[in-house]
Design a protein around this ligand. Structure first.
Ligand code: NAG
Ligand code: NAG
Ligand code: NAG
Ligand code: NAG
Length: 196
């Protein structure tokens, strides 16, 4: 390949890999809630929470799962007293986001249901309720994931300990790597004929 074509090829690869990277797109409600939660954390002199993409992926999956359920069901999904979530299919949902379930045990999954996700009610359901505020008040959480569907908002808090990062299993790193580098290279190579 001539240097120029190689350059274009690499550029296309990079663009394709950016397009395919697992960054979750946030909607306005999610964006606003993240800002509000971090303002709340700052007002308590706690560290701000950084978004963890895999946690957001899982939050989206959980919101999909909850989507058709009535709001009255929300308290069925409050974490138990030790913070463990009650989703029967958590392992399956986590696998879809390439998360090793063992890296989720220190985290906490917090669904709320508010008609039309009205902003103030969503925020106060996190910051002013006994079942959730204690988690938002806790400095051990450093990361956050957020997802929503219909009237359901799901916030996941993660830690930076090995049992709370919502990260990949070692055996899944290969497929993550393939998705990240080989697939974009492949897609870019499809465009090669057009470079002549
Ligand atoms: C999770 O931990 C269990 C018990 O410690 C272990 O048997 C299992 O292989 C781990 N799973 C993964 C995906 O690492
Ligand atoms: C939580 O949201 C519900 C609506 O689903 C609302 O009626 C309630 O007042 C909210 N609770 C708090 C503490 O904001
Ligand atoms: C969270 O912290 C705020 C400010 O210190 C306090 O008013 C609130 O009662 C705390 N909530 C819980 C559940 O600990
Ligand atoms: C976790 O975060 C805290 C505060 O940000 C930091 O002091 C600690 O070293 C971190 N631990 C790991 C394992 O990264």
């Amino acid at each position: 390949m001539a240097p120029f074509k190689l350059g274009v090829f690499l550029l296309l690869s990079v663009i394709a890999s950016l397009l395919l990277s697992p960054v979750q797109s946030r909607n306005d409600e999610e964006e606003k809630l993240l800002q509000d939660i971090n303002q709340y954390r700052e007002s308590l002199k706690l560290g701000v929470l950084n978004e963890v993409n895999k946690a957001s992926c899982l939050a989206d999956r959980i919101a999909d799962y909850l989507e058709d359920q009535p709001c009255q069901n929300a308290n069925d999904y409050y974490p138990d007293s030790s913070g463990n979530s009650k989703f029967p299919n958590l392992q399956k949902l986590a696998r879809k986001c390439r998360i090793n379930i063992n890296t989720t045990t220190d985290g906490v999954i917090m669904p709320v249901c508010v008609p039309d996700l009205e902003q103030d009610a969503v925020l106060s359901n996190y910051t002013k309720t006994d079942h959730y505020a204690k988690y938002l008040n806790n400095s051990k959480y450093t990361g956050v994931g957020v997802g929503s569907e219909d009237d359901w908002m799901v916030v996941i808090l993660s830690t930076n300990s090995s049992t709370g990062t919502f990260s990949s299993a070692a055996s899944l790193l290969v497929s993550a790597w393939m998705g990240h580098y080989l697939l974009p290279l492949f897609l870019a190579s499809l465009l090669l004929p057009f470079l002549n």
